[in-house]
Design a protein around this ligand. Structure first.
Ligand code: GLN
Length: 199
């Protein structure tokens, strides 16, 4: 069994924990940087990225998460998590963790469309996925190593770069577990790579 940690400073933490457990894996809430040593993959949930980055600074998460990433451990950022994972933010806001080569526009869909649902086709999934967007961002520019997994109205709303996954929507708010399964596969893949290296 693998252990996935959900950064538990703010936002939609519980829903992710439930989905991980429902998929048969172990889930813990990460409230201190030392707990990163206990997990195989990290989810940065949706919430409010400005609040979350302040709390991450306060509890000293920034460097430990970067180290976690450099060790090739998978990270999944949903919504605010996608904002925090980006290398660039549109406008003069400073990017935070810089884990994925994307430029993200916060609240990209504007006030008129604060929250909405859409049926999207996701690369690698056969049936459409019901996506829930809540004051969601999107990626405006993507680097060449970034694989686009989903578009909504021509905007990139899900992507993967090596061991980092992001979605502008909230896959934890639907009963559909295909996104968490994708992340679990990424985590298992990363563990088997480490095992191969150790033999
Ligand atoms: N649902 C969400 O995570 C919203 C993200 C929020 N608009 C932000 O920029 O942080």
């Amino acid at each position: 069994m693998i252990t996935i940690g959900v950064l538990g400073l703010q936002g939609a933490v519980e829903e992710h924990l439930n989905q991980i457990k429902a998929a048969g894996e172990q889930a813990i809430i990460v409230k201190k940087p030392e707990q990163l040593n206990e997990i195989d993959g990290l989810i940065i949930p949706g919430g409010e990225s400005t609040t979350m980055r302040k709390l991450m600074d306060r509890y000293g998460f920034m460097e430990p998460i970067k180290t976690f990433f450099e060790l090739k451990k998978p990270v999944f950022g949903t919504c605010a998590g996608m904002v925090l994972a980006a290398k660039k933010l549109t406008g003069d806001e400073e990017a935070y963790l810089g884990l994925m080569d994307i430029s993200v526009k916060r609240n990209g869909f504007g006030r008129q469309r604060d929250s909405f649902e859409a049926q999207l086709s996701i690369k690698g999934m056969e049936e459409p996925f019901t996506t829930v967007f809540i004051r969601a961002p999107f990626a405006e520019e993507i680097g060449e190593d970034v694989e686009v997994l989903a578009l909504y109205e021509d905007h990139v709303v899900a992507a993967r770069q090596e061991h980092v996954l992001v979605s502008a929507f909230h896959p934890e708010l639907t009963g559909d577990n295909r996104f968490i399964q994708l992340f679990i596969e990424m985590v298992k893949e990363s563990i088997s790579k480490v095992e191969v290296k150790m033999c």
